[in-house]
Write a protein that binds this ligand. Sequence first.
Ligand code: GAR
Length: 190
Amino acid sequence: MKNIVVLVSGGGTNLQRIIDCIESGEIPNAQISLVVADRECFGLQRAENSGIKNVLIKRGKDFSENLSKILPEDTDLIVLAGFLSILNKEFCENFSGKIINIHPALLPKFGGKGMWGHHVHEAVLKAGEKQSGATVHYVTSGIDEGEIILQKSFDISEHETPESLAEKIHAIEYEIFPEAINLVLNKDKW
Ligand code: GAR
């Protein structure tokens, strides 16, 4: 059984999708051992509702160090599911190859500091992009720069808004996130 730790900052619909996929067997042989939030958010409540251990570690410069202290030793994978703090270099290096993130754009475009949620969608529309999508990638100390695991795109329509983009992107995330988690957990079988 593989042990997953999920980090959240927001509504946690991607967390919910992972919980549901584990329950349905779409993500087999895995369990979420812990959900950590860096602020009060509905993601924590989702964990609580599913009987998953959950902890709030206040965001700030000691976040990574405090997370290291409570991270279960048998953790196989750390999943950033709408997580907004930046993990420090030491943490990223200690868990290299074991941390993945979902990003609401087609990296390497529209990534980096400050590029999260609606900021990304607004920047994509402002730039007149023809396509957007979602990316799952490994986390390294360079923000949104780690190796891409999976990416899926769609054509932006004429009357797109940041809200409509967010909705389409979430739908894509619910597809590629479980798939990427399975790929990473079974990496030795690639
Ligand atoms: C997702 O769209 C995710 O890609 C994005 O936050 C949303 C969280 O939604 N992440 C980032 O912007 C990170 N840079 P959720 O809380 O409903 O899963």
